[in-house]
Design a protein around this ligand. Structure first.
Ligand code: GLU
Length: 411
């Protein structure tokens, strides 16, 4: 299944509940603009390399379009389209004044040098600078990109348009970034885990967690969960899974990755398992925080966790989601679960436009408030309309975008 078909299916499940007409569905689903540019650079060895960069601007009914930029070898237009659409529902769901967009370049950042990555990024900005900007479309980090990449984007954009730090978010704190942006998605995941448990009458100390992914989101989620007293029993990254039934030592693992190029490769204080095995462990909470499409109809029936929090985008395919719905497995959907990142991106954009530096406490407080409100609304819709948390989240997001579209007028 393609990511875009999965998004369409989830959208339709909610749209059916909302009695949305076919025309309205087409209007809301079709991207406003899709840009694809060739990026040609000279490699360090003098050879020429070319690749394609995409930016899909899905919807701007509620404000400038917003979403990350992904560097991954498997990036293609269909995936970027799907992720851009998810951003539209995500920003609406948390009620920040943005629409949705996403970008991507089919490149493996581990296989190019830092200088090559910088050239790729600057060439991409050369290709899209006239269709992005603080009031049009604001990129941010996603898989394979980080604050350093955002600094290059800002610098290159400013060569064309003059001083404008609000043109991109997720920048280094020393360069117009906001404290707390890097931890935001992981902090949100931790926050939602606490809320979910308290709604279900469960206790963190009796909740064993398996976490797939130890990148920016996974690392921070692990930190928050262990501080909140959850029992993290398995963690994985690209090098495989690390399992310890009585709990892994999160601070040791974090320290290890800092000393080993951000990888757990060679970590010996846990039993080695595969990334697939991790998904099927006997735990109470499963958090996929890496790639999309990791839980399908094929392995869904072997997933034992009664609770799943989708920290990654689209880790659960719709046919697996059906299995979970029938079985009563509670799935906190991606568009809610990982919304902490874009929420703090919004604060960064506000900060840049105010020319006023926010402090970490204020960021955390406002983030917690936005996430609590969104969680409560989704929970209520789910209970009142007897739909899954995913369908409830889509109903809330689609409803807001639909109303803004009608209010703005289609003439
Ligand atoms: N890439 C993140 C996401 O998927 C953050 C986007 C942003 O901060 O604009 O939500």
């Amino acid at each position: 299944m393609r990511a875009i078909d999965a998004t369409r299916l989830y959208f339709d499940r909610a749209a059916d509940r909302m009695d949305l007409s076919e025309n309205m569905r087409q209007l809301l689903l079709t991207a406003k603009r899709e840009v694809s540019v060739q990026i040609a650079i000279e490699l360090d060895n003098g050879e020429i390399a070319t690749m394609i960069g995409y930016r899909v601007q899905h919807d701007d009914a509620r404000g400038p379009m917003k979403g990350g930029l992904r560097y991954h070898p498997e990036v293609d237009l269909s995936e970027v389209r799907s992720l851009a659409s998810l951003m539209t529902w995500k920003t609406a769901l948390v009620d920040i004044p943005f629409g949705g967009a996403k970008g991507g370049i089919a490149v493996d950042p581990a296989k190019v040098s830092v200088r090559e990555l910088e050239r790729i990024t600057r060439k991409f900005v050369d290709g899209i600078h006239d269709v992005i900007g603080p009031d049009i479309d604001i990129p941010a980090p996603d898989m394979g990109t980080n604050a350093e990449v955002m600094a290059w984007i800002m610098n290159q954009y400013q060569k064309y348009h003059g001083f404008n730090p609000a043109c991109v978010t997720g920048k280094p704190v020393e360069l117009y970034g906001i404290p707390g942006r890097e931890e935001a998605t992981g902090r949100g995941v931790g926050n939602f885990a606490v809320k979910l448990l308290s709604r279900l009458g469960r206790k963190p100390a009796q909740t064993r967690v398996a976490l797939q992914g130890f990148g920016n989101v996974g690392c921070h989620a692990a930190k928050f969960l262990s501080e909140a007293d959850f029992r993290l029993v398995a963690v994985s990254d690209i090098s495989g899974g690390y399992y310890r039934p009585d709990g892994v030592d999160v601070s040791k693992m974090l320290q290890y990755t800092r000393e080993h190029q951000f990888s757990l490769h060679g970590y010996t204080e846990a039993e080695r398992i595969s990334n697939e095995d991790l998904l099927e462990l006997d735990v109470e909470l499963l958090i996929p925080a890496a790639l999309g499409g990791v839980i399908t109809a094929e392995n869904a029936s072997r997933v034992k966790a009664p609770l799943i929090i989708e920290a990654a985008n689209q880790p659960v395919w719709p046919d697996a989601d059906r299995v979970f719905e029938d079985r009563g497995t509670v799935v906190l959907p991606d568009i809610l679960a990982n919304s902490g990142g874009v929420t703090v991106s919004y604060f960064e954009w506000v900060q840049n436009r105010q020319h006023y530096q926010w402090g970490l406490n204020r960021v955390r407080q406002e983030l917690d408030r936005v996430l609590s409100d969104s969680f409560e609304r989704v929970w209520t819709i789910s209970a009142e309309r007897k739909v899954s948390l995913r369908t409830a989240a889509y109903i809330l997001g689609i409803g807001r975008v639909g109303r803004a579209t009608i209010l703005g007028g289609i003439t």
